[in-house]
Design a protein around this ligand. Structure first.
Ligand SMILES: NC(=O)C1=CN([C@@H]2O[C@H](COP(=O)(O)OP(=O)(O)OC[C@H]3O[C@@H](n4cnc5c(N)ncnc54)[C@H](OP(=O)(O)O)[C@@H]3O)[C@@H](O)[C@H]2O)C=CC1
Ligand SMILES: O=C1O[C@H](COP(=O)(O)O)[C@@H](O)[C@H](O)[C@H]1O
Length: 500
């Protein structure tokens, strides 16, 4: 568990990897490597969280030399690292990088790769600890893992771990098939399925925050909570990703993974500091208790929408169907809102409202707990202006905890809501990829999605995908730059609630 912002205690994971290791990066010439992974490795290096001796082997079909590759890595750090590049030590960091021109579909590539990894392990006198990071298109995951196995690259005398990027399958059947293939070469506890929302510091700190703040803990009371709202709103549109996104939609791109992971993390509510295994089994219990949305609830509990043209920050932006690469007749969802119920003792009867969408009015990921009014106390005293008490956990882009309370307006017999916000104003937060890479290096899979969670998420989503396919649910429209479709507002209005 990280204590990045909210505690003066040392980080539990701040110990350095004592043993050396090799990071084998498939997709080293790609966008994710450039924007996130090289800067993450560099920031870990600056914080002394990399082993004293380590090797990074980058792979791709593009024919780079080691020098060109190291220059690309350096450019990525100068452009994307959250920390300013320090000239001292930079050369040493870059000298850990080697490049191997590699086609994942050719068996000879793996022989070459094996030779390079072994050569570096001998030069650096490091054990055969190998972290394979698959930052490639989903279609290559299967061929890479099976070749890693048959070529012997993944048969090491040290540990081996496999980090797999999203998307993990495109439906229940394909996710199961992919998992079976991975399991031929790797054990479940060697597979690290990345969900970068689990790497966001506020999400990683959630359990700890509640434990160290008895005031917050006391609010986790079934009698007090009226509803929970989880929002992940984005201002960006589909950008250049139409080829992927028009098949995935918000349902696969955000709900199946990030949103359901946030539901699990929010609903966990552990009364004591838990071991990684307890956290993961508790998450599975939450998913098992998540009531399916089916039958007539499909019409009442789920909103599916697509953005039309609109105005974002004063600039005209096109409708989704006018975006480059998107078919004019696309029926793809760019927004989903839903009302969920977790049928366990604690959350019984307390709705979880979730919503996520592109091209909304602001970028914000947050969890809001709305508290019930106390009708008994207020029966004969009901002043004007009361609003529900709220606990707001802002996850990104800025982290904060806010509490909305009712304050008396001294000039009138009226109340008005007032919010107090706690924040550390830290502008130099660790990136999700940094925290997750570090965890994987240490063999801590707490903040990675295990297979059971992924399978249950797809199982929960599958009927929705089928209903979308059969057009059982209307695809409504919202204006780009707005707060979302009116139908999503109505979803809460039906329960006499509002989105916060
Ligand atoms: N970019 C992002 O922000 C995010 C990406 N992801 C996921 O990360 C993964 C990578 O994404 P991204 O970096 O954007 O993708 P890119 O298309 O930018 O990169 C793909 C990489 O795969 C390599 N590659 C393609 N075919 C082969 C092959 N036959 N053999 C060896 N290497 C090959 C390419 O190298 P070359 O052409 O040199 O062969 C390139 O390095 C995807 O699964 C994506 O869904 C997840 C979240 C965010
Ligand atoms: O995984 C994804 O997440 C991003 C949103 O991530 P955030 O950290 O900026 O909230 C989303 O834009 C993208 O479509 C999706 O693939």
């Amino acid at each position: 568990m990280q204590f990045n912002n909210f505690s003066s205690q040392p980080e539990e994971h701040s110990e350095r990897n004592a043993q050396g290791m090799t990071v084998v990066l498939f997709g080293a010439t790609g966008d994710l490597a450039k924007r996130k992974l090289f800067p993450a490795l560099y920031n870990l290096y600056l914080e002394n969280k990399m082993p004293e001796a380590f090797s990074v082997v980058g792979l791709g079909r593009t024919p780079y030399t080691d020098d060109v590759f190291q220059t690309k890595v350096e450019q990525s750090l100068r452009t994307y690292s959250r920390r300013t590049v320090e000239e001292e030590g930079l050369h040493q960091f870059l000298s850990s990088f080697r490049y191997c021109t590699f086609d994942a579909t050719e068996t000879t590539s793996y022989v070459k790769l094996n030779g390079l990894i072994e050569q570096r392990e001998q030069e650096l006198e490091i054990p055969e600890n190998r972290l394979f990071y698959l930052s490639v298109a989903p279609g290559l995951i299967d061929v890479i893992t099976s070749n890693l196995n048959t070529s012997g690259v993944s048969q090491t005398s040290g540990w081996k771990r496999l980090i797999v990027e999203k998307p993990f399958g495109s439906d229940l059947a394909s996710a199961r098939e992919l998992n079976q293939k991975l399991r031929i070469a790797f054990h479940e506890d060697e597979i690290y399925r990345i969900d970068h929302y689990l790497g966001k510091p506020m999400v990683q700190n959630l359990e700890t925050l509640i434990l160290v703040n008895p005031v917050l803990d006391s609010l986790f009371n079934h009698e007090l909570i009226a509803n929970v709202q989880i929002t992940a709103s984005e201002t960006v549109g589909v950008e250049t990703r139409a080829a992927y996104y028009d098949h995935a939609g918000a349902i696969r791109d955000m709900v199946q993974n990030h949103m359901l992971q946030l539901v699990m993390m929010t609903a966990l509510h552990l009364p004591k500091k838990a071991q990684p295994e307890e956290i993961r089994s508790k998450k599975v219990e939450i998913m098992e208790a998540l009531r399916p949305i089916q039958g007539e609830n499909l019409q009442t509990d789920l909103i599916r929408a697509q953005y039309g043209e609109g105005d974002l920050f004063g600039i005209d932006v096109p409708a989704y169907r006018e975006e480059p690469g998107v078919p004019h007749s696309s029926m793809n969802d760019t927004y989903i809102a839903a009302r969920l119920f977790i049928d366990n003792e604690f959350w019984k009867g307390i709705p979880f409202y979730i919503r996520t969408g592109k091209r909304l009015d602001k970028k914000s990921t947050r969890i809001v707990f709305e508290f019930k009014e106390r009708p008994a106390q207020l029966e004969d005293y009901r002043p004007e202006g009361l609003a529900p008490n709220l606990l707001i956990l802002e996850i990104s882009p800025n982290e904060s905890i806010s509490l909305q309370v009712n304050m008396k307006d001294p000039s009138a017999n009226k109340f008005k809501p007032s919010t107090i916000t706690f924040t550390t104003n830290s502008s130099n937060q660790p990136e999700a990829y940094e925290l997750l890479l570090h965890d994987a290096m240490l063999g801590n899979a707490t903040f990675f999605a295990n297979w059971k969670e992924v399978e249950l998420s797809w199982q929960w989503i599958q009927p929705l995908l089928e209903a979308f396919e059969e057009n059982q649910l209307p695809l409504v429209t919202y204006a780009a730059g707005s707060t979302g479709p009116k139908e999503a507002k109505q979803l809460l209005a039906n329960d006499h609630a509002n989105w916060w």
